[in-house]
Design a protein around this ligand. Structure first.
Ligand code: ADP
Ligand code: MG
Length: 267
C-alpha cells in the first residue's frame, strides 16, 4: 500500500435508535488493498456502522461511497453488486447442502438467478454455473476444505462455518469484504487459519474491513485500526500507535496490550 487511495469513504454517518445515538457523525476512509479493523467497547457502534454501510440498517445522516460510487441508502443487494460484501457474526449456512452448493447458492443469490433461470437453462447460464463451480472449488481449497466439497455443511465445526461464510462472500469477487467478528468463539488453531485466509484474500487484492474483539488478531492483521467509543471515532491509525494511545487504553484496551491477547468480556 503506497498511495493512500480510499476504496471506501464514509462521511458523517449517524444512526439513532429511538433517541439513542448509536453512531454519531462517524467519518473514515478504508484504503484500497488494506486490512482495516474497527474496534471499541461493547455498544460503541461497531455493528451499527457496518450494518449501515452494507445497507442492512438505514442511516439517519451521512454518505458512503465505494470507488466513488455513492451507495447511501441503497439495498444490501445494491451494495453487493457494487462490490461490497459482508459476513455476519451469526454464521448462516444451508446445513443440508454440500459445501460446494452453499457457495454456488451464494453466487446465484448475488446474480439474482433463481429456479426460472435454471429451468430456462441456456448456454449463458451453463457457462456461469461452470465458472461458479470452478470458483467454489478454488475457494474451498483456499480455506482448506476442498476435501469436504460434497459433504453437507452440517458436519462443519463453528470455526469451519466461519471459513465457509468467508468463502461465500468471496464467490462474487468483491472489491471489499466486511467481516463481523470473524474469530469470535473460534478456537486458537482455527483463529490462525482464519488469519491466514484473510491474508490470502487480501494478497489477492481484496480490501478487508473487519470488526473484532480479539486484540491479538486485530493487531497482527490490521494495517489500520479505527477505534470507536460512544458512537464516535476515538482514534485511528496503524496498530502500533493504537496500542500505545492513552485514550484507547483508557476506553478499551485497559491492561497493557501484550497481556491482553483476548478481548473476551468486552462483548
Ligand atoms: P457494538 O457493535 O460496538 O457493540 P452496536 O452498534 O451493536 O455496538 O450498538 C450501539 C448502541 O446501539 C448500543 O447502545 C446498542 O444497545 C444500540 N443498539 C444497537 N442495535 C439496536 C437496535 N436494533 N435497536 C435499538 N438499539 C440498538
Ligand atoms: Mg457488535
Amino acid at each position: 500500500m503506497s498511495a493512500a487511495e480510499p476504496v471506501l469513504q464514509v462521511r458523517n454517518l449517524t444512526k439513532a435508535y429511538y433517541g439513542l445515538t448509536a453512531v454519531d457523525d462517524v467519518s473514515f476512509d478504508v484504503e484500497r488493498g488494506s486490512i482495516t479493523s474497527i474496534i471499541g467497547p461493547n455498544g460503541s457502534g461497531k455493528s451499527t456502522t457496518i450494518d449501515c454501510i452494507s445497507g442492512f440498517q438505514r442511516a439517519n445522516r451521512g454518505q458512503w461511497s465505494l470507488d466513488g460510487k455513492d451507495l447511501t441508502g441503497r439495498t444490501p443487494h445494491a451494495h453487493a453488486l457494487a462490490g461490497l460484501c459482508r459476513t455476519f457474526q451469526t454464521v448462516r449456512a444451508y446445513d443440508d447442502l454440500p459445501l460446494i452448493d452453499n457457495l454456488r447458492v451464494a453466487r446465484q443469490e448475488h446474480d439474482g438467478l433463481n429456479w426460472w433461470h435454471a429451468l430456462r437453462g441456456g448456454a449463458r447460464t451453463r457457462a456461469a454455473e461452470a465458472a461458479a463451480t470452478e470458483r467454489a472449488l478454488e475457494l474451498l481449497s483456499i480455506v482448506k476444505m476442498a476435501q469436504y466439497a460434497e459433504a453437507p455443511a452440517a458436519i462443519l465445526s463453528y470455526g469451519q462455518r466461519k471459513l465457509l461464510a468467508i468463502a461465500a462472500v468471496m464467490m462474487t469477487r468483491p472489491k471489499i469484504v466486511i467481516l463481523d467478528e470473524p474469530v469470535a468463539g473460534v478456537n486458537p488453531t482455527m483463529i490462525r487459519g482464519i488469519e491466514e485466509i484473510v491474508r490470502e484474500i487480501n494478497g489477492a487484492g481484496v480490501t478487508v474491513l473487519f470488526v473484532e474483539h480479539n486484540v491479538e488478531f486485530v493487531m497482527n492483521l490490521s494495517h489500520r485500526v479505527i477505534v470507536l467509543d460512544g458512537g464516535r471515532v476515538l482514534a485511528e491509525g496503524p496498530p502500533d500507535l493504537i496500542h500505545r494511545d492513552q485514550r484507547v487504553l483508557d476506553a478499551y484496551l485497559g491492561a497493557p496490550v501484550d497481556a491482553a491477547t483476548d478481548g473476551a468480556g468486552h462483548g
